[in-house]
Design a protein around this ligand. Structure first.
Ligand code: THU
Length: 130
């Protein structure tokens, strides 16, 4: 049995803290920066529905506001057979701060896949246009 990846464990633990009483769809995210610091996030829903914030963006905003270095790895955990990828809005935010990062998707059954943020966001709108 391979030793558990602390970043994946952090994403799974963050998922448990999700505030998702409306969708009941819990997501956890964990980011690792170049110094090995880890920042986590869970989805935080709201009775208005529209103000819901995804786990990935919570994690990115926490990381940025807490002075993270270059983001190297992103882990996303959800309880789905087909691994849950970041939504479109989260891809745009990840692009801004973690374009070169590895993206690891996991579920509760231990299934996991490693890909790149780049591979899921092929034609980004970014600072080069502004
Ligand atoms: N959600 C995330 O947190 N991340 C994703 O990548 C997909 C969707 C959340 C938003 C909402 O609280 C719930 O999952 C259902 O869409």
């Amino acid at each position: 049995m391979p030793s558990p990846d602390p970043l994946i464990e952090a994403a799974l633990a963050a998922r448990e803290r999700a505030h998702a009483p409306y969708s009941r769809f819990k997501v956890g995210a964990a980011l690792e920066d170049e110094h090995g610091r880890v920042f986590t996030g869970c989805n935080v829903e709201n009775a208005t529905y529209g103000l819901t914030m995804c786990a990935e963006r919570v994690a990115v905003f926490k990381a940025v506001s807490e002075g993270a270095g270059k983001l190297k790895r992103v882990a996303v955990a959800a309880d789905t057979g087909t691994l849950t990828p970041p939504c479109g809005a989260c891809r745009q935010i990840l692009w801004e701060f973690a374009a070169d990062a590895e993206l690891i998707l996991v579920n509760l059954a231990g299934k996991q896949e490693s890909l790149s943020v780049k591979s899921i966001f092929p034609r980004p709108f970014d600072a080069s246009f502004v």
